[in-house]
Design a protein. Structure first.
Length: 276
């Protein structure tokens, strides 16, 4: 495997409370190391029920301007009937991982990709800009941290779990995750921003065939064999992803392997868009 990211000075803390007792924000948790309690920036919130009391957090020290002591970069997932795995827990690192994977030619589709700055003529704000096959290329990164569960396995804590009844079962990375607290065209959705992005991409490529869009799903865990949109959590987004493919937007998914120190490129993943 090819190393893509190295944590600075990783420290393992145990989550004891979220939100923090000291800083009342859902993005801040309390964790312990020895007998000392520290505040921890948790940018992915509770990670779909995976970042809860007792979870092992792989952290780096926060920068000097931060109000927290640490920032979480990965968690160690310990679940009944599933092997212990590490999951990338910092969405800001996902973009760095994606750039490095492209630079190191890990992703076959992006071979000969040239990085550029955002062209002034393009209004869309993507995560990565470049040129490929003589056209402007814009990449949107999506951090995938949740996975499906086998309905045949009885879980002790079944809340916030997504059961996939497809047969035979194969664990899939899924996106998006979370509660439907936002709206798109009067329908409740998880992320109106993600849907708006696809809507804008479709409109742009209808009028300009010199622009290519890619939605790159970074599956930040090594226990998944497939990527699927999360039909259980947000069917509106899933239908928009189908429209994206039909409109010519490129969809890619890759799997990462984390340990308690580093992130490695693992493999390309098959994408299945059908409802499950």
């Amino acid at each position: 495997m090819i190393k893509l990211y190295q944590l600075r000075k990783p420290t393992t803390l145990t989550l004891i409370k979220r939100p923090s007792a000291k800083i009342k924000s859902p993005y801040v948790s309390d964790g312990i190391l020895g007998n000392q309690t520290y505040t921890i920036h948790t940018p992915a919130l509770n990670m779909g029920g995976q970042c809860i009391e007792g979870t092992k957090l792989i952290c780096d020290k926060s920068n000097e301007t931060s109000k927290t002591d640490y920032i979480v970069n990965a968690i160690k997932l310990e679940e009944e009937n599933y092997n212990n795995i590490y999951i990338g827990a910092n969405p800001f690192i996902a973009e760095k991982i994606a750039k490095t994977a492209i630079q190191k030619n890990c992703i076959k589709y992006f071979k000969n990709f040239t990085f550029t700055k955002k062209p002034n003529s393009i209004r869309y704000r993507g995560d990565i800009y470049g040129e490929l096959k003589g056209k402007s290329h814009i990449i949107e990164i999506k951090n995938v941290i949740c996975a499906t569960y086998d309905p045949k396995i009885n879980l002790i804590n079944p809340s916030e779990k997504f059961y996939d009844h497809s047969a035979p079962f194969s664990r899939s990375g899924i996106y998006p995750f979370g509660n439907k607290t936002q709206k798109w065209n009067d329908k409740k959705v998880v992320s109106s921003r993600s849907i708006r992005q696809i809507d804008e991409m479709i409109k742009i490529i209808k009028n300009d065939d010199n622009i290519i869009f890619t939605i790159l799903f970074i599956v930040n865990r090594s226990d998944c064999n497939i990527f699927k949109p999360n039909w259980v959590s947000d069917p509106v987004y899933c239908n928009y992803l189908l429209k994206a493919k039909e409109s010519g937007i490129n969809l890619q998914a890759v799997k990462m392997h984390w340990d308690d120190k580093s992130c490695y490129y693992h493999s390309q993943l098959k994408i299945e868009l059908d409802k499950w």
